[in-house]
Design a protein around this ligand. Structure first.
Ligand code: AHR
Length: 493
């Protein structure tokens, strides 16, 4: 049952953000490949740009990731021929710096997206960070802003959202820090960055995932130092079906749900302790499924330029879990204001490219595309009746996962739903305070073999339309196929 007045929150469009890291084939052979037949005059692949636009991604985090913690942003500005080749210690590859800040900014404009810029707090610190803000956002008349103009960008880039480092709790991180070391550095860096431009918003690093041994203590200590100076706390989490247990795998979104609830509570505990009036929101700036490529990546020879890395080929069950994860993010849209599907092209990505061929859509492309395109407006809290099941890791997993979004501008109500069960499910969408005029589309992703994947040129796994539903003024009745991702879009009276 959906009630017009039981709303969770307006969706911040940045909930549908993504991520491009300088690693693997994300940048080179991904978004940029001057010798590709579809490359434009700046070397950007137009086939990739077209698919990125289909996803309607409003924000892209850049340039990392683990790569960030050894990166000198100055290596990526000025004449390309003079830029240094560097060893990237995070992924043990060679970075040519052919693409840097200016090129990525040009790409982002073409992709109709904003940049979520990250500053290196691994090998670098306050000075490099405040200089980068000056370079990007200060109009003119200072050393770094004038250098930007000299390098060809007359107007400031006006980058609004910034990350204070990446996964600084992780021992694998270059320049890994304790919570106290990071908390102090992040606070002082935040202060300096906001002194340059007080309109920017800052994301401070939470834990790299919820099972880190320091999880919880890290958040509380980092916030103790930074609460007053930052705007969001980050969460990262990847899921996998290593055990090949479908029921347990599809329940992983309950883990994401508990993770968000727990981190929200930590923000609010620090708020209360500090008697602060400010509410800290969350940036889930890395989330996805990541495990298919692990074995392959062990075999990659070091120091290559843009070798294939983290190239997960997603199957049908992955698309179902991704749908559950998207619904979970929407359920928490009152606190999760930014989220980045990690990543966007080739590296654990919805979009893949062939070096000498085309770009194509993975299975996970479709639920993301539908929610990003149509899940705009106000999230409504549905009252759901569903039976549950138990798995190895979860007590009570509802067979039905669902959420509704009211788009008042388009006069549309959109319902997203996953049927986790292996049976047909009767699905009644009852509404209160919302009169439905017609069903615009009832789209289903279902009926595929659970391990089936899309490949280049064969995008078999994609949603199909169904006209099998009945509509009365305040209720739609349909059936959800076993193991299915569904979207019902309705025009309101
Ligand atoms: O997205 C791949 C990697 O996952 C990122 O570089 C890092 O931040 C995370 O561990």
């Amino acid at each position: 049952m959906i009630n017009k007045y039981f709303s969770i929150s307006e969706v911040d469009p940045r909930l549908y953000g993504s991520f491009i890291e300088h690693m693997g084939r994300a940048v080179y052979e991904g978004i940029y490949q001057p010798n590709h037949p579809s490359a434009d005059e700046q070397g950007f692949r137009q086939d990739v740009l077209a698919l990125v636009k289909e996803l309607k991604v409003p924000l892209v985090r850049y340039p990392g990731g683990n790569f960030l913690s050894g990166y000198n942003w100055e290596d990526g500005i000025g004449p390309v021929a003079e830029r240094p080749k560097r060893l990237d210690l995070a992924w043990r590859t060679t970075e040519t710096n052919e693409v840097g800040l200016h090129e990525f900014y040009e790409w982002a404009k073409k992709a109709e997206t904003e940049i979520n810029m990250a500053v290196n707090l691994g090998t670098r610190g306050i000075d490099a960070a405040r200089n980068l803000v000056e370079y990007c956002n200060y109009k003119e008349g200072s050393y770094w802003s004038d250098l930007r103009k000299k390098n060809g960008l007359k107007d400031p880039l006006n980058i609004k959202t910034w990350c204070l480092g990446n996964e600084m709790d992780g021992p694998w991180q270059i320049g890994h820090k304790t919570a106290e070391e990071y908390g102090r550095l992040a606070a002082e860096t935040a202060k300096a960055m906001k002194l340059v431009d007080d309109s920017i918003e800052l994301v401070v690093c939470g834990s790299s995932h919820s099972h880190m041994p320091t999880f919880g203590d890290w958040e509380l200590e980092v916030l103790e130092h930074t609460y007053d100076y930052v705007d969001y706390l980050s969460l990262h989490q990847y899921y996998g079906n290593q055990e090949d247990d479908l029921d347990n795998y599809l329940a992983r979104s309950l883990d994401m749900d508990a993770f968000i609830t727990g981190v929200t509570a930590m923000c609010d505990a620090v708020k209360a302790k500090k008697h602060s009036k400010k509410q800290l929101n969350l940036s889930f700036d890395e989330w996805n499924i990541w495990y298919h490529s692990n074995e392959h990546d062990e075999t990659v020879k070091p120091w290559q330029v843009a070798p294939p890395l983290l190239e997960d080929h997603y199957n049908f069950e992955d698309a179902l879990l991704l749908g559950c994860l998207l619904i979970t993010l929407l359920k928490h849209s009152d606190r999760v204001k930014i989220a980045c599907l990690a990543q966007l092209v080739n590296v654990i990505a919805p979009i893949m490219t062939e070096k000498d061929g085309e770009a194509w859509r993975q299975t996970i492309f479709y639920p993301f595309m539908q929610v990003s395109n149509f899940g705009r407006g106000t999230v409504l809290k549905p009252l759901i009746e569903s039976e549950s099941y138990q798995t190895k890791d979860f007590e009570a997993v509802p067979y039905l996962e669902s959420i509704a979004v009211l788009n008042e501008e388009a006069n549309e109500l959109v319902v997203f739903a996953v049927n986790r069960s292996r049976e047909l499910m009767d699905f009644a969408i009852g509404t209160n305070g919302l009169a439905i005029k017609e069903v615009i589309e009832f789209s289903q992703l279902s009926g595929f073999k659970i391990k089936e994947v899309n490949t280049k040129g064969v995008e078999k796994i994609k949603p199909v339309q169904s006209d099998s539903y009945t509509l009365e003024e305040a209720e739609i009745n349909c059936q959800l196929q076993p193991l299915s991702w569904n979207m019902v879009r309705c025009l309101l009276k």
